[in-house]
Structure formats: C-alpha cells, structure tokens
Design a protein around this ligand. Structure first.
Ligand code: 1GP
Length: 249
C-alpha cells in the first residue's frame, strides 16, 4: 500500500500509537525538527504537519524537511487544502471532511489536488475525518454539522459509511483546543463497528484523557495544543507514557 502505511500498520499490531501535531506557522523549520526529535524520543510515532489556516507551501516544505532530517519519525501532512502539499513530506492524510456542508472539503479539493499528489510521488493515506461537538475552529471554518456529543449512533453511521466507501482510517476530531476530548461512548461505539484504524484528537491534555480514550478503543491519539502550550513537558509525557505502557516498549 505504501511505506508509511506499512510502518503505521506494523506498529499498530503492537499497540496504540501517538501523532504529534506541529503547526509549521508557529514552529517553523528547525523548531519543527527539534519537536520531532524530542517527541520521537518520548515514543511519538509520527509528526502531523498542519493546523493553521494559510500555511504556505514553502513553510510546509521547510518543516517537513526538518522533521525528516531529525531522522526519527515520518512527516505526514495534515492538509488544509492543495497549498499544504509538498514533496518533502513522507505522506499526506488524504481526508474527506465527512460532515461538512461544503462539498469542496468533502471531495472537490481532492479532485483538484489528486493529480499533484500523484506527480509529487507523495503517499496518500485516505481518511474519513469526522468532527464531533464542539468542533472549535475546524467546525466553523469547515462548515460542519457537528456530531452531537450524546449521539454515538450518528458517528457510527458516518464512520461505517467511510469504511464501506474504502477509506483506510477514521479520525474523530473534537477540534483543536477543545475543552474536553471526544466522549468515550462515541469512541467505543465507533471502534465496535469498524475494522479499520481509529484516530482520535482534539482536547487531549493529560494522561487521564489518554487512558479514557485508549480504554474506549482509540488506536491513534493526536495532540497539538499541549505541545504548543507546554512543550514536551508533563502533559505530553503523561500522554505518551499511557500510550507506551500499552505496547510494552
Ligand atoms: C487537532 O486533533 C488535533 O486537529 C489536536 O487537537 O490541539 O486539542 O491537541 P489539540
């Protein structure tokens, strides 16, 4: 399927993973490389590059290059649109915002950027991206009909539809900086219906948050704000120690 897909699925066989979200606007070039090195040493499995709106291709390229030359874990683009693409990265999450009212974010931008992805030789990892309340900025900018926090059935419908459409992963997103992560009952219900890997992100700040989500069946945790606010400090370390504990390494 691709080098990064193989890397992720081989690691998933051993237990849960962690992705560190790095915003190339806030942590440009070498700063992104330094985070990648430190995060990898603590057990994070990949760097997701993205976050802000309007990141230039040059910034994305410089950050991807720095992450790769830090030499430990892959640089995967978490795209905002076609301008996020750079051949310097190892892979791109080719994601459809499942519950957006804006067709651009569901499929049209994908049609525009697919030829460029092919030409760059960038590995695409197709993914159904589902925003759960509150959704924060991505909920607004993405014109999302957020999944209510008490409706696991709605999340299950979208997630299963994405799997049946052939998407290779599902990402449940509460929104960057959300006051609380995706509710555990939603994670559990989605996990129970899926046979593809489940990513969960948004509002994860502590080891306890990580425990609740991993117990509910999350297989990959994504954190961004905790690193932006505290670096690779206590919060980040407690999340990573929960992830590491479950895979015995
Ligand atoms: C956002 O899920 C990610 O897309 C990370 O969220 O910034 O709240 O960790 P946080």
């Amino acid at each position: 399927m691709g080098k990064i897909w193989d890397y992720l699925t081989e690691r998933l066989d051993e237990g849960p993973l962690h992705f560190t979200l790095v915003d190339p606007d806030k942590s440009p070039g070498r700063a992104a490389g330094a985070i990648a090195k430190g995060a990898a040493e603590l057990g994070s499995d990949a760097i997701l590059l993205g976050g802000s709106t309007g990141i230039s291709r040059a910034k994305m390229g410089a950050a991807a290059k720095a992450v790769k030359s830090a030499g430990h874990i892959p640089a995967i683009i978490f795209p905002e649109g076609p301008a996020s693409l750079t051949p310097e990265a190892d892979a791109v999450l080719f994601m459809s915002l499942l519950n957006s009212r804006n067709l651009d974010l569901v499929i049209r931008l994908h049609a525009q950027s697919a030829p460029a992805i092919r030409a760059m030789g960038l590995e695409p990892i197709s993914l159904g991206y589902l925003v759960i309340a509150p959704g924060m900025r991505v909920g607004e900018v993405g014109q999302v009909d957020v999944v209510p926090r008490d409706r696991p059935d709605v999340a299950v419908g979208y997630a299963l539809a994405a799997e049946l459409l052939g998407m290779r992963m599902i990402y449940l997103e509460a929104g960057s900086g959300a006051p609380a992560p995706v509710p555990a009952p939603i994670v559990r219900a989605v996990r129970d219906c899926l046979s593809i890997p489940l990513i969960v992100g948004g509002g994860i700040r502590t080891g306890n948050d990580a425990t609740a989500l991993l117990d509910a069946g999350a297989q990959i945790l994504v954190t961004g704000t905790v690193t932006e606010e505290e670096g690779l400090g206590v919060g980040f370390q407690s999340i990573l120690s929960e992830v590491r504990r479950r895979r015995g390494r």
